[in-house]
Design a protein around this ligand. Structure first.
Ligand code: ADP
Ligand code: MG
Length: 364
């Protein structure tokens, strides 16, 4: 259905896409992952002609869409895009947001467009919100309206550019559920996403983009569990961890807790793992308060291995931040007991001027 050959895109001297080659068939769901700045959005924007490619070919159902005579509006209707930031019309009701383009661009009758818009709103769970304005909706609801609006143009392919990355963590799943539903219904989709678990279970194929190329591609199980190339492997491993730099004793504990919660949610970690992670971060940060007050900084990493099921928490610091289990004095003994209770093992080492405290968290 979509054939991309030697696609390239430059912005001035900056070569963003070097040589992209891909074939996407009808009914396929392709997830595009990769570090930021590697041209994932540019790739989608080229497919949809929002950015003009510098070279190469894109054919949709055999038709060369880069031909100057190609009908751009028709291409965009066929391959409609859902953006990170919803882009709803604030002055129009939800229903009007859905009917505007079908009436204006496709010449549909108002009544017919409204009837279909209502069906689509029900499909995304928002039948009740037809008369509401975008301001009155949560981020997750806005993004579901944006998806319904995209569907109102009856596209053959939907391009999603990080559809959940502007959302509060609690609203991610409602949007992903709608996209899953479309996948089940056989919609052809190309989805740029950072939600790795979602990419794994919704797609037929995953493209890992790096160096201006589709650096590696494969079925999700292969790409996530057994990536062939070094950069892919490094990227996949990084996505299974949560990192935070703590540079002062006035760190935001609530934000850290919320981020750890989101991490646990994303990887479906046990209630025990979550509780212990929260407890360990709180206790350890508190024990490091003097070190932080003295100008020290910590890098906190929480990592989860899908293979072993291990949940690990690591504190790295410049110099010797001290082994908190040895530092605890009389009144802090309770902290030491709690830390031991929440951990399978604790290791502390100083090497090359940096110290590393590694804790295997009790998760079951
Ligand atoms: P990704 O979506 O993978 O994060 P993008 O496609 O947004 O990456 O951007 C890739 C690179 O192209 C970035 O370095 C970005 O700054 C640059 N870029 C994107 N759009 C433009 C533009 N319109 N003009 C100049 N540079 C751009
Ligand atoms: Mg992007």
């Amino acid at each position: 259905m979509i054939e991309v050959e030697h696609l390239s895109k430059r912005f001035g001297d900056l070569v963003v896409l070097k040589d992209i080659n891909a074939v996407i068939s009808k009914g396929e769901v392709v997830s595009v992952i990769g570090p930021s700045g590697t041209g994932k959005s540019t790739f989608l924007r080229c497919l949809n002609l929002l950015d003009r490619p510098s070279g190469g070919h894109i054919r949709v159902d055999g038709v060369d869409i880069l031909d100057p005579k190609a009908d751009v509006a028709q291409v965009r209707q066929k391959m409609n895009m859902v953006f990170q930031s919803f882009n709803l019309f604030a002055h129009l009701s939800v229903l009007e947001n859905l009917t505007l383009a079908p009436i204006r661009l496709k010449g549909e009758k108002k009544a017919a467009a409204e009837a279909r818009a209502m069906d689509l709103l029900r499909l995304v769970g928002l039948g009740e919100k037809a008369a509401a304005f975008p301001d009155e909706l949560s981020g997750g609801q806005k993004q579901r309206v944006a998806i319904a609006r995209c569907l109102a143009m009856e596209p053959e392919v939907i391009l999603f550019d990080e559809p959940t990355s502007a959302l509060d963590p609690t609203m991610v799943s409602e949007v992903l559920a709608v996209i899953r539903r479309l996948a089940r219904d056989g919609m052809t989709m190309v989805i740029v996403t950072h939600e790795m678990d979602f990419a794994r279970d919704v797609s037929n194929r995953v493209f890992y983009m790096d160096e201006g190329l589709i650096y590696e591609e494969g079925p999700p199980d292969q790409l996530f569990d057994d990536p062939r190339k070094e950069k892919t492997r490094a990227f996949i491993n990084r996505t299974r961890s949560y990192r935070r730099h703590v540079g002062s004793p006035d760190y935001d504990l609530y934000a850290i807790h919320a981020e750890i919660d989101a991490f646990c949610e994303k990887h479906v970690l046990s209630a025990r793992a979550r509780y212990n992670l929260q407890l360990l971060t709180e206790e350890l940060l508190q024990l490091h308060a003097p070190y932080l007050a003295g100008g020290g900084a910590l890098d906190l990493t929480v990592a989860y291995s899908e293979k072993t099921g291990n949940v690990e928490i690591v504190f790295e610091a410049d110099g010797d931040a001290g082994n908190p289990l040895e530092q605890t004095g009389q009144e802090d003994d309770l902290a030491a007991v709690m830390i031991r209770h929440a951990s399978e093992s604790v290791a502390y080492a100083v090497a090359g001027g940096r110290s590393r405290l590694e804790i295997l968290v009790k998760a079951a």
